[in-house]
Design a protein around this ligand. Structure first.
Ligand code: CA
Ligand code: CA
Ligand code: CA
Length: 170
């Protein structure tokens, strides 16, 4: 999978209604949906972190500020700098929502709930987990998880390709 394909893949996943752009509402629904699926209430401190970080990502992606992110905007924006400055905190906030016992790792049950919360189907959960659990100790480390997403979005290849590919439509 090359970088353009990876970008297209992620864009398609984020454009939930498939109308060709990621609306502000679509994007900001992600942390809300994840929190609800993970059993966290609207006043959860980790959810408020997730809301703030996702708002920053959206504002950063939406170059012309019209409340819609087109693929052209997304493609021009996505990359190493955007990942390090704004994506990483947002993805980390979702990881933290899913890390129910707060130990800094996702075990298989926590990871599977996160995938479900982000709208991925339940199938292939074990393969995705195994692909991301590089050292096979039965848990996914936060930094390793974020590094793998980074490798995927900036280089197009990483175990995350499998994890995302099996989880997204199309
Ligand atoms: Ca849309
Ligand atoms: Ca826009
Ligand atoms: Ca955990």
């Amino acid at each position: 999978m090359n970088t353009i394909t990876a970008k297209r893949h992620i864009f398609t996943m984020l454009d939930v209604d498939g109308d060709g752009s990621i609306s502000r509402q679509e994007y900001l629904a992600r942390p809300e949906r994840a929190a609800a699926a993970l059993g966290r209430g609207g006043d959860d401190a980790l959810l408020s972190v997730a809301r703030t970080t996702h708002e920053k990502v959206f504002e950063s992606m939406d170059a012309d500020g019209d409340g819609q992110v087109t693929f052209a905007e997304y493609e021009a924006w996505a990359g190493e700098r955007a990942f390090d400055e704004v994506c990483r905190p947002a993805l980390g906030s979702l990881f933290d929502l899913a890390d129910t016992d707060g130990d800094g790792h996702l075990d298989q049950a926590e990871f599977t709930r996160l995938r479900h919360a982000l709208g991925n189907p339940a199938d292939h959960a074990r393969e995705a987990f195994e692909a991301l659990d590089a050292d096979g100790d039965g848990r996914i480390d936060r930094d390793a998880y974020l590094a793998q997403i980074r490798a995927f979005v900036t280089g197009g290849s990483s175990p995350m390709a499998l994890a995302l590919h099996t989880g997204a439509r199309g």
